[in-house]
Design a protein around this ligand. Structure first.
Ligand code: ZN
Length: 553
């Protein structure tokens, strides 16, 4: 009933008794082809809002009536006609249907009217259209590749994560292999933060409701919070954010300008209520770990702090192999709290820091939250898809609500500026992005199993065990396939699990104290002594190099 353009393509919602089948989509596509061949012109007319509303009311077009009554308030609205088809549309349109060169209906699914589950479930057909056949083919190829890389499929196949109804929707089980990757991400994150002058803190998963009233979450964030719970006749709240805890920590002693800036970071697991319909694998969940931090800064030191923070942020993202970023700066909205001078210096600081780092950015004027301006950093993955990861967000509200202060150099009590920041965003989501970006071929430093030892016969299992011990001793994540299977079978299974190194052991390797090495994506590297192998693995791990591309067949 309503056509909407989206970032890639368009959709149209229909009220039909049965969902569309793939055959239905084919039939519709065929009919679309006929209409394109007709070169039917589109004509636009402007009509009076109330007149057209009356017409649709008479015709019983309830959805169009809903739109006209509740979302379209313009005095005149535009209508497009093509052959016998007439519909509300803002336009613009191509002159006639013959301009459509390449299109495809890609999928269909149920969709509630206006996205609200209290409304009727409609059937939505998604499609794409391109001015050239080649562009469409490229798009379809990309979609095919994205399907193969779906983190929900790879997560299961590679035994990384599990989501089950028994646990609850949007709650993730990290299996041993997934946990290994996560552990590597978190270890790296912790080390870099400590080196960079952060302090690491921990906070509980629940707190008294009063804390959330003080922070304003019960007032402004209630919809995204789990219901409160009663413990000893007191109300408690599962945490949707870490911030109030860090504010409370700041207040545990008097702070001096000499202590600032304070940088406190936490891998803090939070719980947010998301509607069942929007949950999606690791990308949209109900429990996730934020790589959160709060900076408490003297107002006149804010420029230095932002310069430093932006370069730290890019360093972390680049370490995971991301090199393309889209950055946006959101400035003060009409309804806001905080002094104009603070907004001024915060916005200027953010702008200057981006310019200094020579980062192109767009400005979303008035797009900031009511409590402060922010920078968002979006990464682009191997398929050109965009993922929002990092946020650097000023907050003029929490320091006020928690009455944070420090003693400045002249002995006066002052209010510090406070910045929230997340770099990876959510560990769950970032892991999902990494998994899809690498198509499961993690760089060696992140791979859950870095090497698998494959003895050709059972007699070689003892030597295989010795090799495994030697590698484990230097911290390589390694396992041995000791089953009495043919070597071809063992190799195929190791390939399916996308294990970076296969170490094949035959009699000759044992006798010379070597292993035969295969690097995934690179092929056979021949026999290698144990020390040479260890040096190679350690060098590759340390460099954080991406996995080699597969050789063309
Ligand atoms: Zn925060």
């Amino acid at each position: 009933m309503m056509l909407s353009p989206i970032e890639e393509g368009f959709y149209y919602d229909f009220e039909v008794p049965e969902p569309f089948s793939p055959e239905d989509l084919e039939k519709i596509e065929a009919r679309m082809g006929e209409i394109v061949a007709e070169k039917a012109p589109f004509t636009r007319e402007e009509v009076n809002h109330d007149e057209i509303l009356k017409l649709y009311q008479e015709r019983g077009e309830t959805y169009k009536v809903d739109l006209l009554e509740n979302t379209i308030s313009d005095e005149t609205v535009s209508i497009y006609t093509q052959s016998r088809f007439r519909d509300l549309c803002r336009g613009p349109h191509i002159p006639h249907t013959g301009f459509v060169k390449a299109f495809k209906l890609t999928s269909s699914s149920g969709a509630y009217w206006r996205g609200d589950e209290r409304n009727t479930m409609l059937q939505r057909i998604y499609g794409v259209s391109y001015p050239k056949r080649g562009m469409l083919d490229k798009y379809l190829g990309r979609m095919e590749e994205a399907k193969k890389r779906d983190h929900r499929i790879l997560g299961k196949q590679l035994e990384l994560i599990a989501i089950s109804d028994e646990i609850g929707p949007g709650l993730i089980l990290w299996l041993p292999k997934g946990a290994r990757v996560r552990n590597e991400i978190e270890n790296f994150w912790r080390e870099e933060h400590l080196k960079a002058g952060y302090e690491l803190v921990y906070s509980p998963h629940v707190a008294r409701l009063g804390l959330w009233e003080k922070s304003g979450h019960t007032e402004f964030y209630r919809e995204s919070m789990f219901p409160e719970m009663k413990i000893d006749n007191n109300s408690y709240q599962l945490k949707p954010m870490n911030c109030p805890f860090h504010m409370a920590m700041y207040r545990t002693k008097r702070r001096s300008y000499r202590d600032l800036p304070l940088r406190w970071a936490e891998l803090g697991t939070v719980y947010r209520y998301e509607r069942p319909g929007v949950l999606h694998g690791l990308m949209r969940v109900r429990g996730f770990t934020q790589d959160d931090a709060h900076h408490f800064v003297e107002p006149d030191k804010i420029d230095e702090e932002l310069d430093w923070l932006i370069s730290f942020c890019l360093h972390i993202l680049k370490s995971f192999g991301f090199t393309e970023f889209e950055v946006s700066l959101s400035t003060r909205p009409e309804k806001k709290i905080g002094a104009d001078a603070d907004w001024e210096s915060a916005e200027k600081g953010l702008r200057k820091a981006l310019q200094k780092a020579e980062i192109d950015f767009t400005v979303d004027e008035g797009g900031g939250a009511f409590y402060g301006p922010k920078i968002d950093i979006i990464i682009k993955d191997a398929l050109g898809r965009r993922w929002q990861c990092s946020t650097i967000q000023f907050d003029f509200s929490l320091p006020e609500r928690f009455d944070l202060s420090y003693v400045d150099s002249s002995g006066e009590l002052k209010r510090p500026l406070m910045i929230h920041r997340a770099l990876l965003g959510s560990i769950e989501r970032f892991f999902g992005v990494l998994l899809e970006n690498f198509a499961g071929d993690f760089p060696l430093w992140l791979a859950p199993i870095q090497a698998r030892i494959l003895p050709i016969t059972d007699e070689l299992n003892t030597y295989a065990g010795e090799v495994m011990t030697a590698l484990k001793k230097v911290g390589i994540r390694v396992e041995t396939d000791t089953r009495s299977e043919k070597i071809g079978h063992k190799i195929r299974e190791a390939e399916l699990m996308k294990i970076p190194y296969m170490l094949i052991i035959g009699g000759r390797e044992r006798d010379s104290g070597a292993v035969s090495v295969r690097r995934r994506g690179e092929g056979d590297l021949g026999a290698m002594g144990l020390n040479d192998l260890i040096t190679r693995l350690e060098t590759e791990i340390k460099s954080k190099a991406l996995s080699p591309k597969k050789q063309p067949k």
